[in-house]
Write a protein of this length. Structure first.
Length: 195
C-alpha cells in the first residue's frame, strides 16, 4: 500500500467514528437521537432534493461535499447543539483544533480541499455554502416539528431565537420560508417554543 493510500484509509477509518457521535435531535420516529453521520447523509439527500428551490445557482457536487464534511470535526469536538448556551469563541477554537487533527490525516491536496470546504460552509459567504447551511437549518426544523419540539423544549427556546437560527433559509431558499413560519407558529401554539 502506498503512503498516500494508507493515509486515506486511516482518514476513512477515523471518519467512521462519526456514526457514534449523537446529536440532540431525535430521528423522526422518536426512538433515539440521530448520529452526526446520519445527519450529514440526510443533509446531502435534502440538498439534492431541494436544489430547484435555491435562490442562486449552486454547484451541487460542492454542496454535497460540504454536507459530508461540515460536521466531521464533531469526531473530536462533539456535537454543539444549535440552541445550547455556549461561548462561540470556545466552540470555534475547539472545532479548529479538531479540524487540524482530522484533516492532517489526509494527503496534503485532499486535506486542503476538505478543510476549505469545511471553512467555506461555516463562513456562509458563497452561494454554495449559503445553500448548504440553509438546508442544514431545514433538517432539524423538520425533525423538531415531527418530534413534538424535542430540542426546542429541551433548550427552552423562544421564537426569536428559532427565527434567527432559520434566517439563512429566508435568503438561500426563500420558497421554504412559508414552511418555516408555519412550523414556528405551530411550535409556539403547541408550547414547544416560547413566544
Amino acid at each position: 500500500m502506498t503512503p498516500k493510500l494508507a493515509s486515506q484509509i486511516k482518514f476513512i477509518t477515523e471518519a467512521d467514528k462519526l456514526k457514534s457521535i449523537y446529536r440532540q435531535t431525535l430521528i423522526t420516529d422518536k426512538s433515539r437521537n440521530e448520529t452526526s453521520a446520519e445527519h450529514s447523509w440526510h443533509l446531502a439527500l435534502m440538498a439534492m432534493t431541494l436544489i430547484e428551490y435555491s435562490a442562486n445557482p449552486v454547484d451541487l457536487d460542492r454542496v454535497i461535499k460540504m454536507a459530508i464534511v461540515h460536521d466531521l470535526v464533531e469526531l473530536y469536538a462533539g456535537d454543539t447543539p444549535a440552541f445550547a448556551d455556549t461561548i462561540p469563541e470556545d466552540k470555534l477554537a475547539e472545532e479548529q483544533a479538531a479540524a487540524d487533527k482530522l484533516f492532517a490525516l489526509l494527503p496534503a491536496d485532499q486535506a486542503a480541499e476538505y478543510r476549505g470546504l469545511w471553512e467555506e460552509f461555516d463562513e456562509m459567504k458563497t452561494p454554495d455554502a449559503m445553500y448548504a447551511a440553509a438546508v442544514d437549518r431545514v433538517q432539524p426544523l423538520l425533525s423538531n416539528h415531527l418530534t413534538n419540539g424535542h430540542s426546542w423544549v429541551k433548550f427552552n427556546v423562544d421564537a426569536a431565537r428559532v427565527y434567527k437560527r432559520m434566517e439563512p433559509i429566508k435568503t438561500a431558499i426563500p420558497a421554504l420560508w412559508e414552511l418555516v413560519e408555519s412550523v414556528i407558529s405551530e411550535g409556539v401554539e403547541k408550547g414547544y417554543i416560547r413566544p
